[in-house]
Design a protein around this ligand. Structure first.
Ligand code: C2O
Length: 477
């Protein structure tokens, strides 16, 4: 961190008033590993990401008069578009240094996310997730536009669901150093690494885009939906560094391109089927979020105002490969397995697999629902689920016939002050059934953390608060 950054951060913390040296160290180094973390107190943690100023009553957001423009895949931007994107983030970073109290500066923009991922405010693991992040990106995009004097500026999206775009988009890693305003030095992912197919490929995208209703897709007042885990959480873990904890994630500019794609999945889910509707409950529609706009005006916006991003928020997305590949299916049918409920274990025995196989061999979809799987919530990690303990120990990944999918966990903060909720995992096992039958269905499911050396791996039986499967028959067309 340069002295300039250090100074602006210190200035910012001083403005928050009366914080000791311990808090200072954490604010400055919170993202960079062990420095100062040991002594972190909750107070300092909160202070490091407190919202700027002391806003009183927000002015309600009314309408957007920008032209409707497309957000586009980050790796297909033209070179003038990349120049503008970089200029916008540079201006945002410069603002953080020149006026640390300006809520539009980069540090404050990043802290908005931090403030909303722990303790009293938590926008993850519930139906707030899609709506709140849409609003956050919307105001962020307007600020970037204003900073480069172009309200036609739209955020790019990192379309990792497209097999050709699994690397960090070139603009974010070229050059791959601090002279690039889109760079972040804490990433674990290098410019040549790719997001694994098991995290964002068709099995994962199908499960997201075919989620039967909004509760499954986007969650309820008390639980998150399917894609909030995979692909969303998995990509946070894959990028690593700041991105792998919610309180620091938005310090990496790739966060906004990642979330733009997550937002696109919401848009695509609505388009994917005429039965896919957003919630109509007043408790959802009246959810109210507050942000500073591009003129430093404190604004409130309701979930009901965020649903129609095209005419209200003035942006659209390009076509989705995953959506185009999706086959036409009949409505989902939930199948309960009485012996799973009785024994509280999930055994993929031949009698359970046979009806699943029938659907999948006719191009239908089969999903295994794991509600609150009991993976550890102590580390940001991706857990792999296998139908066989030996395979889990060897951990060969998706090529194993016993492999079923992943369960990602993203912590709110590195110190795990605010424990995350157990995820909702839905494994799309349609393509895996023939292999499982061959495998003779070893009883039980097992999980292992991905990316560990063999002697570090610990295989555990997977349990879940509830488990069932669902099928959707192919309807042709
Ligand atoms: Cu608010 Cu991807 O997290």
């Amino acid at each position: 961190m340069s002295n300039e950054r250090w100074d602006s951060r210190r200035h910012f913390l001083q403005q928050l008033g009366g914080l000791g040296a311990g808090a200072l160290a954490i604010g400055a180094f919170g993202a960079f590993g062990p420095f100062g973390l040991m002594g972190a107190t909750r107070r300092a943690q909160a202070a490091g990401c407190a919202p700027p100023g002391n806003p009183t009553n927000p002015a309600p957001w009314k309408r957007d008069c920008r032209p409707i423009r497309a957000r586009r895949p980050a790796s297909t931007l033209s070179s003038p578009e990349i120049t503008k994107l970089k200029a916008a983030y540079k201006a945002m970073r410069d603002l953080a240094a020149s006026d640390p109290s300006d809520p539009r500066g980069f540090d404050h923009q990043a802290n908005i996310h931090c403030w909303n991922c722990g303790g009293s405010v938590q926008v993850h693991s519930s139906w707030q997730f899609f709506a709140w992040h849409r609003a956050y990106l919307y105001f962020h995009e307007r600020i970037l536009g204003k900073l480069v004097g172009d309200m036609e500026f739209r955020l790019p999206y990192w379309d990792w669901d497209n097999g050709a775009h699994r690397k960090l988009p070139p603009a974010y890693v070229t050059p791959n150093n601090a002279t690039n305003p889109l760079f972040n030095g804490t990433r674990g992912m290098t410019p040549t690494d790719v997001v694994p197919d098991e995290d964002v490929g068709d099995d994962v995208m199908d499960a997201a885009l075919t989620a039967a209703d909004f509760t499954e897709f986007g969650g309820s007042a008390t639980a998150g939906g399917i894609p909030e885990g995979a692909p969303h959480g998995s990509v946070h873990v894959d990028v690593g560094g700041d991105m792998s904890f919610f309180n620091t994630a938005a310090r990496d500019p790739i966060f906004y391109a990642h979330h733009s794609n997550v937002d696109k999945i919401w848009s695509d889910w609505v388009k994917a089927d005429s039965s896919h509707d957003n919630p109509t409950a007043a408790a959802f529609l009246n959810l109210t979020f507050t942000f500073f706009d591009e003129n430093k005006q404190w604004r409130s916006i309701k979930a009901s105002q965020l649903l129609d991003h095209e005419s209200k928020l003035r942006y659209v997305y390009g076509p989705s490969q995953a959506l185009e590949r999706l086959l036409c299916w009949h409505p989902w049918r939930i199948v309960r397995v009485p012996k799973w409920r009785a024994a509280k274990t999930i055994e993929l025995t031949p009698d359970v697999l046979a009806p699943m196989l029938k659907v999948s061999s006719a191009k239908g979809l089969v999903r295994l629902h794991l509600d609150r799987p009991d993976v550890p919530l102590t580390k940001s990690a991706v857990y792999r689920v296998y139908a066989d303990a030996k395979d889990a120990q060897a951990d060969p990944g998706p090529n194993s016939p016993a492999y079923l999918g992943t369960v990602p966990v993203v912590l709110n903060d590195r110190e795990n002050h605010h424990r995350p909720k157990p995820p909702r995992a839905v494994l799309n096992i349609s393509r895996r059934l023939p292999g499982l039958i061959e495998k003779r269905a070893a009883p039980g499911l097992f999980y292992v953390e991905r990316g560990l050396k063999p002697d570090q791996r610990k295989v555990s039986p997977l349990r879940a608060a509830d488990a069932f499967f669902s099928v959707a028959e192919f309807s042709g067309g």
